[in-house]
Design a protein around this ligand. Structure first.
Ligand code: G3I
Length: 305
């Protein structure tokens, strides 16, 4: 293939990008998006603060624009994210206990119902585990409603949209030896054993000097897949530039291709200037929209797969 999406499709996979809906009026941006990618994730527009700014008053305007763009261009949509400790609307930040639990479940149900039939995979729960060496859950208002909040969210999502794949998504879960990775692995194993509806695990893969691409990344993907879930690389960006960065991008791509259940890669933005990071050049296209060495490394890896 000659584009990321076409080459990934030849390997039975998709290649996606996080999209900021307000950039859909930027012709350079949209030109690259439509040429190269066959999956999109809303960078912010499907999050709780965006979709339910006041309790029980839903706003799907921006999310719907992205879904329409995806459908018009044959792209799949990754929904991001139904339940998360961050980017909650103010009214939810101030809630606790059973009221918060009910509000969260209502949110999951209403959003997943609105998008029923249009979402390939949902990040049902995002970033619920602590960093560091404890392997503990993250202390959040959601966790304080009771540690079964995660499975409750998955059950609500399944009931609302039985056709969507339901994923757990997190960062710093790439290195097989890290406590956080093991903790998420144990949760997924437990969910599969008890019949909690989970279909996939997303590895955000924001790689930088503090959390570099680990040599056991492929092992991690393989071990999760062996639990009976699909795995995806969901928010890929890699600090650096030039051939060093390109090599890492190629390695990540080859690791996914080596794992049959790794069925898609999403980069967290299109041009370096679109990145959420305040500085650096972590993506596949430069600020002018030119292909970088990293792009070529990914494309070559896909075509060699
Ligand atoms: O839209 C408002 C604007 O009206 C306001 O003037 C401006 C002032 O701060 O803020 C704008 O909102 C910002 C929003 O991005 C849209 O640009 C928020 O402040 C800012 O916090 C928000 O950042 C997003 C971040 O998630 C929030 O946690 C990034 O764009 C987004 O890339 C990032 O994505 C996360 C994933 O969802 C989960 N995994 C990590 C990843 C990177 O942090």
């Amino acid at each position: 293939g000659t584009t990321l999406g076409a080459s990934a499709a030849e390997q039975g996979r998709y290649f996606g990008a996080a999209v900021a809906v307000n950039k859909l009026s930027d012709s350079t941006y949209v030109g690259i998006l439509n040429r190269e990618f066959n999956s999109v994730t809303a960078e912010n527009e499907m999050k709780w603060d965006a979709t339910e700014p006041s309790q029980n008053q839903f706003n799907f305007t921006s999310g719907d624009r992205l879904v329409a763009h995806a459908q018009a261009n044959g792209m799949r949509v990754r929904g991001h994210a139904l339940a998360w400790h961050s980017q909650q609307p103010g009214w939810a930040q101030n809630m606790s206990g059973s009221a918060l639990r009910q509000a969260m479940l209502n949110h999951v149900t209403r959003v997943a119902t609105h998008y029923r039939g249009k979402i390939d995979s949902w990040d049902v729960v995002n970033e619920a585990f602590d960093d560091g060496n404890s392997g503990a859950r993250r202390n959040s208002n959601l966790e304080r409603t009771g540690s079964d909040w995660i499975e409750a969210a998955f059950r609500a999502a399944r009931a609302a949209d039985p056709g969507a794949k339901l994923c757990y998504n997190d960062y710093n879960t790439d290195n097989w030896n890290w406590a956080k990775t093991q903790a998420v692995y144990n949760m997924v194993r437990d969910f599969k054993a008890r019949g909690v509806p989970i279909d996939c695990v997303g590895f955000q893969s924001h790689f930088n000097s503090g959390s570099p691409y680990p040599s056991n990344y492929r092992t991690t993907l393989q071990n999760f897949a062996a639990l009976g879930v699909d795995v995806q690389i969901t928010e890929l960006d890699i600090e650096g530039s030039g051939s060093t960065q390109a090599t890492t991008y190629g390695n990540v791509t080859r690791d996914c291709l080596a794992v049959p259940r790794c069925n898609g890669i999403t980069v967290w933005g299109i041009r370096d200037t679109d990145s959420w990071r305040a500085s650096g050049t972590p993506l596949l296209f430069d600020g002018s929209g030119n292909k970088k060495q990293a792009y070529t490394a990914v494309l070559n890896a896909l075509n060699a797969g």
